[in-house]
Ligand binder design. Structure first.
Ligand SMILES: [Zn+2]
Length: 428
């Protein structure tokens, strides 16, 4: 049978393209992150779900002649932009219920403790797992996945952490695996048993940590349910020293560490990230010049979660200072029911520009290639390059990339392709 080829023609610009595929980027750091390559008036060839070629429209005829015997399907981009799909490297999008009542309580002036007492917070999400079936969680998560596909995400990391018992953490990770099997997005899975200390272990957190490392991790590893282990390193949650012990165990079980760091305070999470080889340190709202320099001189990707700072009305991370210091900066959504109830990476990019003063190109690179690097997938994802997965979206005809964060309530995406197949969701 003739091979199926898709040719996207009349593309206004391909942005974040790698023209020399002998020297592909693995990530971009510092000021270089604002200078990706672009190709104007272009076409793109997809063969067997992989990007197989591209060029200027004037050259299209000669390239197509190679595919004479193939079954070619043409798509006209109508002058829109073609961008690599977003790689959202930090979410908690598999959760039992939305928590808008907590939001309302907060607006009515209730304190964190009062909200917790009324049924808010991570521990209460964990409790809610008892009153919902796996099918219901799966269905709700699928809707969220459809939503993020419509806003340009093609690869997503999802954490457990709303179980906090062996049985419930495994349930969540198996649901994440099911989503990975059934949905067109590429999913990476993270074990976050160390999300919070359950109430019954408040007086003996060491006992809970040993459950995480000695009871949960062996089974997570044995079933191959996660690629990563994460810890919420923060006052009142897990200390630096406890986080390091959890990561020592994770490394033994083949789970690469990543860490929630410096969201509310600096309790040594970045020292932990550097010493344990975390692929990324995420949040980083509380960061002084010394910590910025420490991150910039390490291999740890600084993953910023502007949706959380926006929703909680707190300080935004200092993206510009990190970039000037030479750090590798990624943007992720932190999609979760308590502190960032959105997985819309178009909006995260807009926050990157509006609130963190990144340029549109820096925000794009942080949301694509550096997100892919934070998931160790930049050889397959995060840019338009020959040999990479055909994960991209086409916008309607818009004046430039800057129009996307500028027009921040508008979704300009018209068509989405993941692994070479056009995806139709209700939102598109
Ligand atoms: Zn998080």
């Amino acid at each position: 049978m003739a091979e199926k080829i898709i040719i996207i023609k009349n593309i206004g610009s391909i942005i974040n393209i790698e023209k020399d595929n002998r020297r592909l980027m693995s990530k971009v750091s510092g000021e270089a992150s604002g200078n990706p390559d672009t190709l104007d008036n272009a076409f793109l060839v997809v063969e067997n779900n992989i990007i197989a070629g591209f060029g200027e429209m004037a050259e299209m005829g000669s390239v197509i002649s190679q595919y004479e015997t193939c079954d070619i399907e043409y798509t006209d981009a109508g002058g829109g932009l073609l961008l690599p799909s977003f790689c959202d490297s930090h979410t908690h999008l598999v959760f039992p219920y939305s928590r808008e009542r907590e939001f309302e309580y907060r607006l009515n002036g209730l304190t964190y403790e009062e909200i917790s007492a009324k049924g808010g917070g991570i521990l209460n999400s964990a409790k809610a797992m008892d009153s919902i079936s796996d099918e219901e969680i799966l269905e709700a998560s699928f809707k969220r996945i459809n939503g993020i596909i419509a806003t340009g995400t093609g690869t997503v990391e999802i954490k457990s952490g709303y179980g906090l018992t062996l049985e419930k953490e495994l349930r969540l990770l198996r649901i994440i695996r099911k989503l990975a099997e059934l949905s067109p997005v590429t999913v990476r899975s993270t074990f976050l048993g160390a999300h919070a200390i359950p109430a019954e272990y408040k007086s003996d957190p060491e006992r809970y940590i040993s459950i995480v490392t000695e009871e949960m991790m062996p089974l997570v590893a044995e079933e191959g349910l996660a690629q990563y282990a994460d810890v919420f390193c923060e006052k009142g949650f897990f200390s630096r020293e406890q986080s390091e012990r959890i990561f020592d165990a994770a490394i033994r079980f083949g789970l690469r560490p990543r860490i929630h760091a410096n969201q509310l305070s600096d309790c040594g999470a970045i020292d932990c990230a550097v010493s344990k080889g975390c692929i990324s340190a995420d949040h980083l709202e509380v960061l002084d010049a010394e910590r910025i320099a420490q991150l910039a001189s390490s291999d740890v990707i600084a993953t910023l979660l502007p949706g959380c700072a926006f929703f909680m009305d707190s300080d935004f991370p200092k993206a510009k200072d990190l970039i000037s210091a030479g750090a590798t900066v990624a943007i992720a959504s932190d999609y979760n029911p308590g502190t960032s109830p959105s997985g819309d990476m178009l909006f995260m990019m807009a926050l990157g520009c509006i609130k963190m003063k990144m340029t549109p190109l820096q925000a794009l690179m942080a949301s694509t290639i550096n997100g892919a690097a934070a998931l160790e997938l930049s050889h397959r994802k995060g840019s338009i390059a020959i040999g990479k997965d055909a994960d991209f979206f086409i916008t309607k005809k818009i004046p430039s990339l800057a129009y996307i964060p500028y027009s921040y309530t508008e979704n300009p995406i018209e068509r989405v392709f993941l692994k070479g197949k056009e995806i139709r969701t209700n939102n598109i």
